[in-house]
Write a protein that binds this ligand. Structure first.
Ligand code: MN
Length: 131
């Protein structure tokens, strides 16, 4: 089975590294962006199968980026999982309102992250036409 591609938008290097290691363990191809602007460019160029979106980012924040992605007909089908911090419980609600399909609490655990990603990647596979 071909690897699915996950774009991680996260400005914290340690969180990025941890997330990359876990996704690689799960046989995902990982794209990385440290800010939303770079991430949105990657989404347009590479059409990832799923996006992991940090909320607090330099420049455009993760909620604004999610609203922008969900407003574009060619991009809105891509599931977005918010990376929310345990200390910011309200992020769960606001991320859903912005259009995120799900969320994972940071610091992420391997089992929780892989389970959530697998659920939404599979969910999205009905949009695939050819393969
Ligand atoms: Mn951040």
């Amino acid at each position: 089975m071909e690897s699915k591609t996950v774009l991680v938008i996260e400005d914290n290097e340690l969180n990025m590294k941890l997330t990359r290691i876990i996704l690689t363990m799960g046989n995902y191809r990982v794209l990385e962006a440290k800010d939303a602007e770079t991430g949105i460019q990657l989404i347009r160029e590479q059409q990832p199968d799923l996006i992991l979106m940090d909320i607090q980012l330099p420049g455009m924040d993760g909620l604004s980026a999610t609203r922008l992605i969900k407003s574009e007909p060619k991009l809105r089908h891509i599931p977005i999982i918010a990376l929310t911090s345990y200390a910011m419980r309200k992020d769960e609600k606001t991320s859903k309102e912005a259009g995120c399909e799900g969320h994972v609490t940071k610091p992420v655990s391997a089992s929780q992250l892989l389970e959530t990603v697998a659920r939404y990647v599979r969910h999205n596979s009905s949009h695939d036409s050819g393969d």
